[in-house]
Design a protein around this ligand. Structure first.
Ligand code: SF4
Length: 228
C-alpha cells in the first residue's frame, strides 16, 4: 500500500510540475528506491545529484549502476571552482575538522550552492527523507512548502520505515551503495562519514567529531539533526 501511495504521489508531482520538478538524489538507500520508482512510473522527472568532490568511490559506483540499469539521465552538479580554491587556499583541504564554522562553510560551498543552482528556476523538488531518521523530521509532511528554497517539496518516503526501504531494494534488485553493507546507514562525503556500531544513532556516523550541543546541521533540508 505504501508503494502504491508513493507511486501516486510521484505521478501527481510529475503531472502538476512537469519540467519544473527535480528529484535531488544522494544515492542513499531511500534515494535508490525513488530512482527505481521514478524510472518505472514517472520517468519524465529529472534526476539531479551533487558531486562535492569528496564523495566515496562507492557512491560513484552506484550512480553508474543506476544509470546503466535504468537508462536514466543524471544531471551532476559540481561546486564552483573559484569558491573551492579560495576556501582551500585560506583554510586547507581538511578545514571541516577544525571548527563547526569551517564545516558549515565547506557544506555551503560544496553542497548548498550547487543545490541552489540545481533548483534554480524550478517550482518543486523531491527528496528521500523519512520521518524516523531524525527528531527534526517528526513534523515533516509528504507535501510541504519549503520556505528555505521557496519551492513545493515532496517527501514520498516520509512514512516508510528502514525495513520497508530495504525490503523494496531486495525485492526489486535495486542497485545500492556498497557502504551500506559495511555499517554505513547514512552516507555523505568520504571524509565526513564513518561506520557506526550496534545501538548507535543512524546519523551518528556523520560529522561525528562535532559535539556542539549534540546537534549537527544537515544543511540540504535546512533542519538541525538532534543526536540521541
Ligand atoms: S560533508 Fe564534509 S567534505 Fe562534504 S561538503 Fe560537508 S564539510 Fe565538506
Amino acid at each position: 500500500m505504501k508503494v502504491d501511495e508513493t507511486i501516486a504521489l510521484l505521478k501527481r508531482a510529475e503531472d502538476e510540475y512537469g519540467p519544473d520538478l527535480v528529484f535531488a538524489s544522494s544515492f542513499g538507500a531511500e534515494d535508490v528506491v525513488l530512482i527505481d520508482l521514478i524510472s518505472k512510473h514517472a520517468p519524465s522527472i529529472q534526476i539531479v545529484t551533487l558531486d562535492t568532490g569528496r564523495l566515496p568511490q562507492q557512491t560513484y559506483d552506484v550512480m553508474d549502476a543506476c544509470r546503466d540499469k535504468y537508462g536514466i539521465k543524471i544531471e551532476v552538479y559540481f561546486p564552483d571552482t573559484a569558491e573551492v580554491e579560495a576556501m582551500v587556499r585560506e583554510s586547507g583541504l581538511n578545514l571541516f575538522y577544525h571548527s563547526v564554522e569551517n564545516r558549515k562553510r565547506c557544506c555551503e560551498i560544496r553542497k548548498i550552492h550547487p543545490l541552489m543552482r540545481a533548483l534554480s528556476g524550478k517550482k518543486a523538488w523531491i527528496t528521500g527523507v523519512r520521518r524516523e531518521q531524525a527528531d527534526s523530521r517528526q513534523t515533516m509532511a509528504a507535501i510541504e512548502d519549503d520556505t528555505h528554497f521557496r519551492l513545493k517539496k515532496f517527501n514520498p518516503l516520509i512514512e516508510w520505515s528502514e525495513a520497508e526501504v530495504w525490503s523494496y531494494i531486495r525485492d526489486n534488485n535495486v542497485p545500492y551503495n556498497a557502504l551500506h553493507d559495511q555499517h554505513y546507514p547514512s552516507i555523505g562525503c568520504d571524509c565526513c562519514t564513518r561506520a557506526i556500531t550496534v545501538g548507535e544513532d543512524p546519523r551518528s556516523g556523520r560529522w561525528w567529531w562535532e559535539q556542539e550541543d549534540g546537534v549537527a546541521e544537515c544543511g540540504l533540508h535546512a533542519s538541525p539533526i538532534k543526536r540521541k
